[in-house]
Design a protein around this ligand. Structure first.
Ligand code: PRP
Length: 208
């Protein structure tokens, strides 16, 4: 069997993703979270792993620079990437929620201002519910926006709910369930079917 390139998302879920790969029999002896190295090989050399920012994983996979990727559903939805999503790894569990400062319900027909790190997800959601939206794209600390008067609502990831609570915000509604997924480049799935299926089967066995 040949080698496949896997793009792994840095950040909160990296440790759990590596643990899962290890359980599935792919060991990365050189890997540790604080390493500045960007490329790691599994002991059996079946996987070349590139360690990249979560927002970039879908780009590597869609472009075919990586055959497979491990990344959160949040980034997959935002990127609207043309890739296969083949496995839910059941880690990095959280949700997309809408929150506001004064628990102001969203009213149909009234335009709203929403801050988010996820402008596409935000646009799609408000289109679905038929509410006109002005999106303020931020890159972090989104919870600040309603406090400072920059936006009426935020659409953001909620995991423990601590950030929402500690900043006095209230969840208005949940939008989507999020978890870490395995994505696959479409051409790679045709040319490296055996290798990719092998990875999926071994991950599936661990998940069951
Ligand atoms: C994420 C997210 C929320 C927070 C939610 O931000 O955007 O702010 O985590 O987690 P919680 O429900 O467990 O509090 P992150 O920590 O990635 O930092 P950022 O605000 O700089 O993007």
């Amino acid at each position: 069997m040949g080698q496949i390139t896997l793009a792994l998302a840095k950040g909160r879920t990296a440790k759990d993703s590596i643990k899962l790969l290890e359980k599935a029999g792919f060991h990365f002896p050189d890997f540790h979270e604080k390493s500045r190295k960007l490329v790691f090989y599994s002991e059996d050399e079946k996987i070349k792993m590139i360690y990249v920012k979560a927002v970039d994983v879908t780009t590597y996979v869609e472009q075919g620079a990586a055959d497979v990727g491990i990344v959160g559903k949040d980034n997959i939805l935002e990127a609207e990437a043309d890739v296969y999503e083949l496995l839910d790894l059941k880690i990095g569990l959280c949700k997309f929620s809408i929150a506001s400062l004064n628990k102001t319900e969203i009213e149909k027909g009234t335009a709203v201002k929403v801050a988010s790190k996820y402008p596409n997800v935000t646009r799609n959601y408000f289109k679905k519910i038929g509410v006109p939206v002005e999106i303020i794209k931020l890159n972090g600390s989104v919870e600040l926006a309603p406090i400072i008067g920059l936006a009426d609502y935020i659409l953001d990831i909620v995991e423990t709910g601590n950030t929402i609570r500690e900043n006095g915000l209230t969840i208005i509604t949940d939008v989507d369930e999020i978890s870490t997924r395995l994505i696959v480049n479409k051409a790679s799935f045709a040319t490296k079917t055996k290798e990719i299926r092998h990875l999926i089967e071994r991950l599936k066995n661990v998940l069951e």
